[in-house]
Design a protein around this ligand. Structure first.
Ligand code: SAH
Ligand code: SF4
Length: 407
């Protein structure tokens, strides 16, 4: 006779097994991430960049040069609240000390290789880092109010190869470091002159962050987490965790950590409602199928009615955009505080997909809305400067190729 597991026990057995599995998977993800580590944030002359260090690391560096750790608090204020990049502008620090700091350290930004502003005011930055690698950042202003989202990259390239995404056709070059991730936001803010950091009750132009640029942020979790902690620190940039959204294609074992440790908002790049289709277009699904992904969303601690999980859904003609798909989507997310962003597919040269028609997108949106979920249709912003979703890497690669063919 086969042993029968009592139904009340089964879930516990499964969850213990899946905890172990998740821990092992997390180890594997960290080990792989370390292979693509960013270079140390240091100039050729040996001076260390102070951007991207935690408060503790900053205090330790002060001790190293024979100074009191309280200097770290002063520096934090100047770097992240005032936006100073020059020690001589740090007027609460005595001149000899300013000179000593400048001997050992710098406060830097990524170099802005190009900066383009769209007719719809979207601004795209191509940032070049110390080792010559580049990543793009986009500022998308709100059309009605003086506020907007900064779309930040977490990696140069991506290991995953979602079939509709041009970034996915690029090999992962490397992870971005905390200085490079925070630096994208700070450099964008320089461009709009939004320093010192506005206080909590004041409006901000660069008011939200979406980790939706190049790369998979949960495959570079440690660096992303460190950068977000710096950005959320109340004595510096002080952006609330409620104003930060991390988008993932579904790295399930890292989702719990992100929720527990950072408590930021979560967006899931779902794009398909059956494992059969999602296996094909978001290949990570073969590892973490839809049911595991939805279960991880249910566990996500920051999710509540006030802070819904966003599901991103690209509308691909004849592939995933039927009314039956819409009904299955609402069935999948029925017990979650969720909203669904419908993204018209942005085609790129060589892609096999076509965008769905406006009429089809509207039909799909109505089914989702009737089920009680907000389902905004995301307008592509900054298309004239190739700043829309899925277009980022396309342009920077083309530019590099042109440069190479010029030589
Ligand atoms: N790697 C993470 C973060 C990138 S977010 C993730 O995939 O979630 C970038 C968003 O743009 C994702 O939702 C992605 O699926 C979407 N996207 C990629 N290519 C696109 C395209 N050609 N048209 C529209 N959206 C696209
Ligand atoms: Fe990578 Fe996200 Fe593009 Fe997929 S959609 S290839 S995970 S950047």
């Amino acid at each position: 006779m086969t042993a029968v597991i009592h139904p009340d026990i089964r879930p516990r057995i499964n969850s213990v097994a899946s905890d172990d599995l998740n821990a092992a998977e997390r180890e594997r993800i960290h080990a792989k991430s370390a292979l693509f580590a960013p270079p140390e944030a240091r100039l050729a002359d040996g001076r260390r960049d102070l951007v991207g260090l935690s408060r503790e690391e900053l205090a330790a560096l002060m001790t190293d040069i024979g100074e009191k750790p309280f200097r770290a608090k002063q520096l934090w204020h100047w770097i992240y609240h005032q936006g100073a990049t020059d020690f001589s502008a740090m007027t609460t620090i005595a001149k000899p000390m300013q000179a000593k700091l400048a001997e050992h350290f710098v406060v830097s930004r990524p170099e802005t290789a190009t900066e383009q502003t769209s007719v719809d005011e979207t601004r795209k930055f191509l940032f070049r880092f110390r080792d010559g690698q580049e990543a793009e950042t986009v500022y998308i202003p709100d059309r009605r109010e003086d506020r907007g989202a900064v779309c930040i990259s977490s990696q140069v390239g991506c290991t995953l190869s979602c079939t509709f995404c041009h970034t996915g056709t690029q090999k992962l070059v490397r992870n971005l470091g905390p200085a490079e991730i925070v630096g994208q936001f700070m450099a964008a803010r320089d461009s709009y002159g939004e320093w010192p950091s506005p206080s909590a009750d004041m409006p901000r132009y660069l008011s939200t962050i979406v980790l939706m640029g190049m790369g998979e942020p949960l495959y570079n979790y440690e660096n992303v987490a460190k950068a977000m902690r710096i950005i959320m620190d109340g004595e510096g940039i002080a952006l609330s965790r409620r104003r930060i959204t991390l988008s993932t294609s579904g790295v399930v074992p890292m989702m719990d950590r992100c929720g527990e440790e950072l408590g930021i908002n979560l967006a899931i790049s779902l794009h398909a409602v059956t494992n059969e289709l999602r296996d094909q277009i978001v290949p990570l699904n073969r590892k973490y199928p839809i049911e595991d992904l939805i279960a991880a969303c249910r566990r996500y601690p920051a999710a509540s009615n006030a802070r819904r999980i966003t599901f991103e859904y690209i509308m691909l003609r004849g592939v995933n955009a039927s009314e039956a798909d819409a009904r299955e989507l609402v069935r999948l997310i029925r017990d979650l505080p969720a909203k669904v962003n419908l993204i018209p597919f942005n085609p790129w040269p060589g892609s096999d997909f076509q965008p769905s028609s406006r009429a089809q997108i509207a039909k799909f949106a109505n089914i989702v809305m009737d089920a009680g979920f907000a389902s905004p249709i995301r307008a592509a912003r900054g298309q004239d400067i190739l700043a829309a979703c899925g277009q980022l890497k396309t342009e920077s690669e083309r530019q590099r190729r042109t440069a190479a063919s010029d030589t």
